[in-house]
Design a protein around this ligand. Sequence first.
Ligand code: ATP
Length: 562
Amino acid sequence: MGDMKYAELADLYKRLEKTTLKTLKTKFVADFLKKTPDDLLEIVPYLILGKVFPDWDERELGVGEKLLVKAVSMATGVPEKEIENSIKDTGDLGESVALALRKRKQKSFFSQPLTIKRVYNTFVKIAEAQGEGSQDRKMRYLANLFMDALPEEGKYIARTVLGTMRTGVAEGILRDAIAEAFKVKPELVERAYMLTSDFGYVTRVAKLEGDEGLSKVSIQIGKPIRPMLAQNAASVGDALREMGGRAAFEIKYDGARVQVHRDGDRVVVYSRRLENVTRSIPEIVEAVKQALKPERAIVEGELVAVGEDGRPRPFQYVLRRFRRKYNIDEMIEKIPLELNLFDVLYADDESLIDTPFHERRKKLEESVEENRRIKLAEQLVTGDVKEAESFYKRALELGHEGVMAKRLDSTYEPGNRGKKWLKVKPTMEDLDLVIIGAEWGEGRRAHLLGSFLVAAYDPHSGEFVPVGKVGSGFTDEDLAELTKRLKQYIVRQEGKFVEIEPKYVIEVTYQEIQKSPKYRSGFALRFPRYVALREDKSPEEADTIERVAQLYELQERFRARG
Ligand code: ATP
């Protein structure tokens, strides 16, 4: 029960900003969760992450910097121009909001201290303001908050609204903090989170029901499940051996993974990063309702763009569909999609994640009536290497990426990249790498970032280690787009070189991997070229330094064989 002063949360943000030590951050968050009243347990974890809603919630505040400045001006009487200039000076919008609030002539007589509930409820109202006059309403709601906000509170409200909170608290710290606060096992917190992707819910269960409650958490329609992932195998034969001589091989479609939740007429589709993409693909939503027999179900598949010749088109086409907000009908014609279903996690009020894969596949086949847009992923169950190889060869000839091998008896492991799913693709595949630096271009391209320092992920240290500089393969539009996106994440500039916060993943092709002392990783890509922006991947999902080493080994093995 109860509420809490927003000033206490502002104080937490401040303390988090002041330390880089993970253990200390964890302790601060844990202490805060301990004193959080039950009524706020579902929202405080998101606010701590600098968010209002989970990423998979469709609601967005829809407030840009301009509108925010207007609201601050209205609340304080400080002219908009002055606030804008101050932002240019400080380079930090939150700081400038605090400055403006300090200049405010006088607080209103009726001023009430802000509470977390009030701030959160206002955020919800802002997100839900739609249609005519909504910009103005959003602005007024915000102005009302700023009117009652202390300078420090205003700073963090502004950062939350714009999504620029930088307290260094990510999912890992929050998970450990929940465990510490309520004396529950971190593995159980992790498990519950992988199943529901909902820190609010998990925090509540941890506090009110402890380990026992957490271990009973199961998947739920309407809450996306972290996808199970695959490791690499060098060949179809290796994959078969790893799986004990017999496995299910499936075409590895090259599109975008989606998870479809159906509850009667309501269908929600999540992307691989668990964003709600339902609105962008109405024809698939309709087709799913036709195809799925169970009224309540969760299925997974790969959404692929198909060309007129029936062959798959590059996955970027699907991402273009996801991004489109208007004139969607036109896109349905331009970029036709096909959904290849490969798993079922829930059907007829029963979770299937602990059911062996071959039974899930059977259930999937029973549950789906294929139509023009919805298909079952093509599958071959075999113990015969030759047969598996020709399946693989055919997949490549048809223009697919390769094949997936799946252990027949494997359960579904949310969020895990284990050996129960193995992918086989031609070697010297492209790498997905994180941009961590760049150089400004020259001459005509002086206003654009031109050459990018890219890094692989090291899951052990959590660091991004450079493996090369990518300076070719871009069109002018690519560079303009990348510059626009990356600019806000520049953390340091030295001459022409800028250091960039690891936010964006790009796909990079190259001629070979060399051993090189030039980079700390010990590897350097030879002739790297840009292929595409991988918006569907977070930096932690980029290729790892182990993968680079593994590809190097494969390359050398091939070379030795001639
Ligand atoms: P990649 O860059 O190779 O796609 P990834 O990191 O995106 O790798 P992986 O775990 O390596 O993901 O490979 C599994 C991905 O392959 C799935 O997330 C899914 O998007 C895609 N996929 C295509 N066809 C299938 C299939 N039949 N079964 C499972 N996943 C498939």
